[in-house]
Ligand binder design. Structure first.
Ligand code: NJP
Length: 237
């Protein structure tokens, strides 16, 4: 309770639900998204009784825009306890069909975005001697998927990044962990939520609850990684 949380990619999907559940647990929210949809999430939070929540429209792959998010969060609340690096995109096609621009774009958002957001909150969290940085990686970071090479590569990258960062900042009281979901019924890669073929998939609430659990764990507790997948999901997918 009374924690300040930044959730990236909160316009829809896992990020939006995570923001709602963190607010319900008593956190004050700064929600981030690259489109104007992000303001609807802040409006919704206000409607359901969390007047302190606000949105910043920013692209996580831009250093300037990320720094503006952190500045606005600090100005409004004076501290930052939780960063949820959730913004992510995916192109699911063969390597031959993946353009160099698509490869770059998915790395810009999924890897550079995670680096920039983490880097930007570190000075504040170090001053506080406390903070939790949670990255929504993917279960694909445990294996590889055909027609998902670029996406898979980004999730391996953030896995390595988070592990290294966790060791680097441990002495400052900062916890760094990943949540690695299997298939979740969201809008990822242009998909629609609620399609009949996705009824056995994880729901956004399942992952949001995991974020709340990780973020609200007592200070003596460290969760490095949570792997969560639909019971119905075969391996490898
Ligand atoms: O996807 P979606 P998910 N800067 O498309 C935002 C991982 N994951 O909830 O920018 C800032 O519904 C975008 O908002 P907007 C996945 O890799 C998923 O599934 O305003 N924000 C939207 O709110 C990702 O890391 C599955 O359009 C940016 C959000 O990101 C995380 O879960 C499985 C942005 C995406 O919402 C959430 O994705 C898995 C930018 N540049 C891991 N670009 C799964 N769904 O099956 C996009 O293993 N956003």
């Amino acid at each position: 309770t009374d924690q300040i949380a930044i959730v990236t990619g909160a316009s829809r999907g896992i990020g939006r639900e995570t923001a709602i559940q963190l607010a319900k647990e008593g956190a004050k929210l700064v929600v981030v998204g690259s489109s104007k949809e992000i303001f609807k999430t802040a409006d919704h939070l206000k409607e359901i009784g969390y007047p302190d929540a606000f949105a910043v429209q920013a692209d996580v792959s831009s250093e300037e825009e990320v720094n503006r998010v952190i500045e606005e969060a600090k100005n409004a609340f004076g501290k930052i306890d939780i960063l949820v690096n959730n913004a992510g995109i995916g192109f699911f096609k063969s390597v031959e069909d993946t353009s160099a621009d698509e490869w770059k774009k998915v790395f810009d958002v999924n890897v550079q975005g995670v680096f920039l957001c983490a880097k930007a909150v570190l000075p504040t969290m170090k001053d506080q001697k406390f903070g939790t940085i949670i990255t929504i990686s993917s279960d694909v970071a445990r294996y590889t998927i055909p027609n998902g090479a670029a996406y898979t590569a980004t999730k391996y990258a953030v896995q390595g990044f988070s592990g290294a960062l966790a060791q680097e900042v441990r002495e400052h009281g900062i916890r760094v962990g990943t949540i690695n979901p299997g298939m979740v019924d969201t809008y990822l890669a242009g998909s629609q939520q609620g399609l009949p073929e996705k009824q056995d998939w994880l729901k956004v609430q399942d992952i949001a609850k995991a974020v709340v659990y990780m973020a609200s764990a007592p200070k003596h507790m460290m969760i490095d990684e949570m792997i969560i997948h639909p019971f119905a999901q075969d391996y490898p997918i």
